[in-house]
Write a protein that binds this ligand. Structure first.
Ligand code: NAD
Length: 545
């Protein structure tokens, strides 16, 4: 399916380079001005169905996590009526969208990437900072760079898939047509990455699918801006329909629809499991078996070997556990450190954690901002309080929280004597790292312990200098992490470099931003054309003599 009269191909892209926002830089001035502009108004966010703005009057507010008294937007929430309209619009748009030459479809997203990397860079960053509480650098690396990479790399991988064609014979021409799925795709995105919000609806759309996109309530602000940019770049009406609203209300209703062709989900394991159950309950009603792609929770680990460099471990732990307030699915949240190294690094790790500056992300000197909302704050506090009361654990740094202005939770280190302590097993999704110190001669047992402790399998790191020890970790932890890091922190996967996703309770591991993901939105049709068809049904073996 190459473009008409052309063997055009998209070249392998290079990753978008993050801007540094150094003092006095042009980009810093632009973001600061945009932050001011956006906080001086209250935006009204409609649904977008069939390319049109839809206002339901059933409103919810977008408040800033670091100053919850400040409303920066009000958005309209979808109900069943709008879900019906969105599904109708997506089915109506399907015919033309899937027939648009794929390279032309792709150019819409190429243009969106160019706009996000260019004129809308400050807007997307400021919206992500204000709505989701990211500092400028955390926003820049994902809301801009990762999203731009998703657009470019997904197109490239789609190109690679389309090129894969079967062998033809002299008188038989074989082709594979990479059809989109039959029906609509339901994209449901999480709060914590603007890039994931942008990727979940667009990856299936690039492959010719039409999509209903339900963003997370706490990410509506930036996600709406992404939607507007894609529209501005020529996305036809109905190809993606933007319907914020209550997850379970919208979700349960959409999942009953006979034309559901696929789910592209990122969020918690619990929500994903419930969606899967719903699909099971409705299986007799669907016209096709829905493709289910879900990237979910994690309990990501760092294991250090006794040969690890002290400063490398401290850096991996502090950056890996606390950046973006620990609200990355990949964030380190349990660490296994050998006794000898622990003695060496304990004081410095505590000092580094205590020195982290927490506050308003509009002040660029703050390393951490507030956590996303009241529910997240309460959850983190409950784990901290649980640890404080336990006789198996001790808070050795942080443990403070304050929700008077924003939802602030200070980076917290819990030291436990029980390797299966609650905070070593459960996803907290906040700036809380639990440490278990093992005896140096128990390295291999500790790797097994790490492998068996949590139901998740998303990310993990091994840090050390001894090659045999590293190999042992790589082997024993084969299924413990879909993204495995050696001598690095377990966060910050880059599209095209470390395809991202995990298995076990962490998801279907369809690797966002890779060929493995795009393949899920495609249903190949084999086309055989015979040039000299036989004219007699009998085969030679049917004659005895
Ligand atoms: P969440 O599960 O609370 O929400 C995710 C989305 O699901 C939201 O849009 C929400 O409104 C929607 N939703 C809720 N109930 C629903 C239902 N019954 N039917 C349909 N949709 C429903 O997750 P979150 O708090 O936004 O994000 C944090 C979680 O996401 C963490 O568990 C984190 O590990 C995970 N996450 C995973 C990855 C990954 O790649 N593995 C990446 C980012 C986040």
């Amino acid at each position: 399916m190459l473009p008409k009269n052309s063997g055009f191909e998209f070249a392998r892209p290079v990753n978008e380079t993050p801007f540094l926002y150094t003092p006095g830089s042009k980009e810093k001035k632009e973001v600061k001005a945009k932050l001011q502009e956006l906080t001086s108004e209250v935006m009204e966010i409609p649904l977008i169905i069939g390319g049109r703005e839809v206002k339901t009057g059933n409103m919810a507010e977008v408040r800033m996590p670091h100053d919850h008294s400040k409303v920066i937007a009000r958005y309209h929430k979808a109900g069943k009526k709008e879900v019906d309209q969105a599904i109708e619009a997506s089915l109506a748009a399907k015919h033309d969208w899937e027939r648009m030459p794929w390279d032309k479809r792709s150019i819409i997203f190429k243009e969106a990437a160019a706009k996000i990397a260019g004129p809308y860079r400050a807007t997307i960053n400021a919206a992500t900072m204000l709505g989701q509480g990211k500092d400028i650098f955390q926003s820049e690396i994902e809301a801009v760079c990762e999203l731009v990479d998703f657009f470019h790399f997904n197109i490239y991988y789609m190109n690679e898939i389309y090129k894969d064609q079967p062998e033809s014979m002299r008188e038989i021409i074989n082709q594979v047509e990479y059809r989109p799925l039959e029906g609509f795709i339901f994209a449901v995105s999480p709060f914590n990455f603007t890039a994931i919000g942008g990727n979940l609806p667009t990856a299936p759309a690039m492959a010719g699918n039409t999509v209903i996109w339900k963003p997370a309530s706490t990410a509506v602000y930036s996600n709406y801006m992404v939607m507007r940019i894609v529209q501005e770049c020529g996305l036809p009406p109905g190809a993606i329909n933007f319907i914020p609203g209550a997850g379970s209300e919208i979700g349960d209703y959409v999942l009953e629809h006979p034309d559901l062709a696929g789910i592209h989900f990122t969020g918690s394991s619990e929500v994903f499991r419930n969606m899967w159950k719903k699909v099971g309950q409705n299986i007799d009603n669907y016209k096709t078996y829905p493709r289910i792609v879900g990237e979910t929770g994690g309990k990501d680990f760092v294991v250090a070997h006794a040969t690890a460099d002290k400063d490398e471990v401290i850096t991996a732990l502090v950056r890996g556990a606390f950046e973006y307030q620990g609200q990355k699915c990949s964030a380190a949240s349990r660490a296994y450190l050998p006794e000898s190294l622990w003695k060496e690094l304990k004081d410095d790790l505590i000092a580094a954690t205590e020195n982290i500056k927490v506050g308003d992300i509009e002040d660029f000197t703050n390393y951490l901002g507030a956590v996303i909302d009241r529910a997240a704050f309460d959850k983190h506090v409950s784990y901290i309080e649980y640890a404080k009361k336990s006789n198996e654990a001790q808070i050795i740094a942080g443990g403070k929280y304050d929700d008077s202005k924003g939802y602030f939770v200070w980076p917290t280190l819990i030291l436990t004597t029980n390797p299966r302590f609650k905070t070593m097993e459960e996803e907290i999704f906040g700036p809380v790292l639990t440490i278990y110190v093992y005896s140096d001669d128990q390295y291999e047992d500790t790797l097994h312990l790490c492998n068996e402790t949590s139901p998740y399998g998303l990310t993990g790191s091994i840090i050390g200098k001894d090659r045999d020890a590293l190999l042992k970790a790589e082997d024993i932890l084969t299924h413990a992490a879909g993204n495995f890091y050696i001598n690095d922190k377990p966060t910050a996967a880059v599209v095209g470099q470390q395809p991202f996703g995990g298995s076990r309770a962490s998801g279907t591991n369809d690797k966002a931003g890779s060929l493995w993901n795009i393949i899920r939105w495609i249903s190949p049709r084999s086309i055989k054309e015979t040039l000299n068809p036989p004219k007699n049904y009998r085969y030679p073996h049917l004659d005895e003599e």
